[in-house]
Design a protein around this ligand. Structure first.
Ligand SMILES: [Zn+2]
Ligand SMILES: [Zn+2]
Length: 169
């Protein structure tokens, strides 16, 4: 065993705007977005302890390795058939995602991507839809919490922007 190295990962930051999770400082689940992004699976982040969702995560350093977090994530999802290779693949993908962030960044999730709360002019093709937003609705909702569901919780928002060639689960 080599000396433990610190790993960056997403941890629950707070209960701002909307939160079904009462835990504190738990590692986030990896995205589990399904074909119903409006329900919250396309714009909230899950907790690996209780599997309920919240909005804001913070990038923190942890003694846990990404493989350990992957195992925890799989356990929470009751996935029992995950292979070592799949854990390694998950960790590699997550490491790549985390390269875009610094410790202390507060991030939100939207349709397959994580964004720092300070991001503006967010134009990208997500898993489900094409987005073009001046600011993150998650952040605007700090001053008006119902706004988040009004925008991202509205099926029509997603239908109007649905990618013609998106991967269907
Ligand atoms: Zn959903
Ligand atoms: Zn929780």
């Amino acid at each position: 065993m080599s000396a433990p190295t610190k790993t960056k990962y997403f941890f629950k930051a707070n209960n701002d705007v909307l939160s079904f999770c009462a835990c504190e400082d738990e590692p986030a689940m990896s995205p589990g977005q399904l074909d119903c992004p409006w329900c919250g699976c396309g714009w909230m982040i899950g907790c690996t302890k209780c599997s309920r969702s919240f909005i804001f995560a913070e990038v923190r350093e942890t003694e846990l390795s990404l493989i350990e977090i992957a195992r925890r994530d799989a356990e929470r999802r009751a996935l029992t058939m995950v292979t070592e290779a799949e854990f390694a693949e998950w960790a590699a993908g997550m490491r790549e995602t985390l390269e875009n962030f610094a410790v202390g960044d507060i991030v939100v999730y939207l349709d397959g991507c994580y964004f720092c709360v300070g991001c503006t002019d967010i134009a990208f093709d997500g898993n489900y839809a094409r987005h073009d937003l001046p600011r993150l609705p998650h952040v605007d909702a700090l001053a008006d919490p119902p706004l988040l569901k009004r925008i991202l919780g509205d099926k029509q928002y997603w239908f109007d922007r649905e990618l013609a060639d998106r991967d269907r689960d």
